[in-house]
Design a binder for this molecule. Structure first.
Ligand code: AHG
Ligand code: MN
Ligand code: MN
Length: 334
């Protein structure tokens, strides 16, 4: 028996970005340079995530590590890494993080140069760290508009304006999902080489899958339509899957299909998830993979006009047919 060597090309994230960039002769390479900062940040964060528990246990007593430094929470460490790597890129005008009250202006736009705003949730699902569960980083990239009156105004753009979005999942492997508006591509970090390798191009989310992902502990405080949807789904043989880390939950939906929801609750009338750092980038990925992402029946997340950089929105996203089932229940209950 003869075995045929695998002849598929080996493409890294960096190579993929350069190839995409070469299709746009007018592209200056600025966006590629920003994506490479996100790539190196995620490798650094992945390494901290892997060692998180060891550092807690093997560090010196109290909250100090072996160097006598205060041990920082990983949200803060991840945030610092992103601020420092992106801070070194000329193409970044403004960064806005879930962890910072205000957006940070790094530099204004010079004539003839295009600059960007990068928004991120440095560590999503951080409560899962204690139990060795999947956590992630979510990012959203917008064009910087130098006519905007201040930093807030320049980042307050609807999700439909995003030029790129993605997330990194720090799980059993480190996965980098990216869209620049031409479908969704998936990369996995090869720990031996330290490079993200392209494993799937133009990923499509299945149109249907009998699976929902929601914090059912809040069920009684959901609006009636969501409760009726859950009754319907349970009568129809649906499975429930919920990690409590948006990156891990949405990753499953992207690959396997189903619907992810964070509905309004009595305590949180706009739900819990943040429009700019969580809902918008995930909505762009899901739509680019052929799914749907709504905040209410007939209202795309990507069309929500942002009022505040930290605002929250209800989220319903995933396989087109599964989102339609939720919409049908919400509409019937209205
Ligand atoms: P973060 O860790 O960035 O604050 O985000 C946590 C979010 C999100 O990852 C997840 O979908 C949601 O919180 C879970 O909330 P509940 O615990 O209320 O279900
Ligand atoms: Mn989060
Ligand atoms: Mn977070």
């Amino acid at each position: 028996m003869t075995t045929h060597p695998d002849s598929r090309p080996i493409i890294t994230l960096q190579g993929h970005i350069l190839r995409q960039q070469s299709q746009f002769p007018e592209a200056s390479g600025t966006l590629s340079w920003i994506l490479s900062a996100l790539s190196i940040s995620s490798k650094m964060i992945a390494s901290h995530v892997r060692r998180a528990r060891l550092q807690n246990v093997l560090g010196a007593a109290g909250a100090e590590n072996v160097q006598g430094e205060q041990q920082q929470k990983l949200d803060v460490i991840a945030n610092d890494i992103l601020l420092r790597t992106l801070g070194g890129r000329d193409g970044v005008a403004i960064v806005a993080s879930e962890e910072n009250e205000e957006p940070v202006i790094l530099r204004e736009e010079a004539d003839g140069e295009r600059r960007y705003c990068v928004l991120f949730d440095p560590l999503d699902g951080s409560s899962n760290l204690d139990v060795c569960g999947g956590v992630g980083t979510i990012f959203s990239i917008l064009r910087y508009d130098r006519r905007a009156r201040d930093a807030h105004a320049s980042v307050l753009q609807a999700g439909a304006q995003q030029v790129a979005a993605g997330y990194v999942l720090y799980g059993p492997s480190t996965v980098f999902m990216l869209t620049v508006g031409q479908g969704v591509d998936m990369f996995v970090l090869d720990p031996d080489f330290g490079a993200f390798m392209l494993v799937e191009r133009g990923l499509r989310t299945p149109a249907a899958n009998k699976s929902y992902s929601v914090n059912e502990g809040n069920r009684r405080s959901f609006p009636a339509g969501f409760q009726q949807y859950l009754d319907w789904a349970q009568d129809n043989g649906y499975s429930s899957r919920y990690v409590g880390s948006m990156v891990a939950d949405v990753h499953r939906i992207l690959l396997k299909g189903g619907v992810f929801m964070y509905p309004p609750t009595k305590k949180a009338p706009q739900g819990k998830l943040r429009l700019m750092y969580e809902a918008n980038p995930m909505a762009m990925l899901i739509e680019q993979a052929g799914g749907k992402a709504l905040t209410a029946p007939g209202q795309r997340i990507l069309d929500v006009p942002p009022q505040d950089i930290h605002q929250r929105v209800p989220v319903i996203l995933g396989s087109a047919d599964e989102v339609d089932h939720v919409v049908a229940a919400l509409t019937a209950a209205a």
